[in-house]
Design a protein around this ligand. Sequence first.
Ligand code: GNR
Ligand code: NI
Length: 172
Amino acid sequence: MSLLNILTYPDPRLNKVAKPVAAIDARIQQLAADMLETMYEAKGVGLAATQVDVHERLLVMDTSEERDQPLVVINPRVVWTSDDVVLGDEGCLSVPGFSGDVERFAEIHIECENANGDTYKIEATELQAVCIQHEMDHLIGKVYVEYLSPLKRGRIKTKLIKEAKEAQKSES
Ligand code: GNR
Ligand code: NI
């Protein structure tokens, strides 16, 4: 098990489009385990492979209160979305210190594979539904800030670039 580095917005690697996972093998199982460890350590409810600079369609998630229900989602396919939408305040581990309102489907059903290669279905509502849509956006290279106003997105970008430069300075 090891902790992985999470990319920070506006890193261009966050805009890469992930390819399907071709084979659920030991490498993918190790990656999923490391992503879960990284997600729990960062206190996130989800993490997409894109965020750890792996451009394959894999995400992990745990939206349970007790944080004891890890899910590994490989090659997700959307099979149904509700007509209802919800507006929610979203955060992202790749956009530390900020949040913003995003509209999402209230409910979503997906089909995917787990780390053993078994196909299963998730019928998600509430935070889990929002999280799945947020993570699936990462897999197509999309960060939630793209839904915010250009003004708000610009402020976030400027502040995070400044913080990254200051972190670099204090390293040397
Ligand atoms: O930890 C996270 N919390 C969260 C809150 C509201 C909507 C979406 C999320 S996902 C986020 C973790 C993350 O960045 N996943 O990509
Ligand atoms: Ni995110």
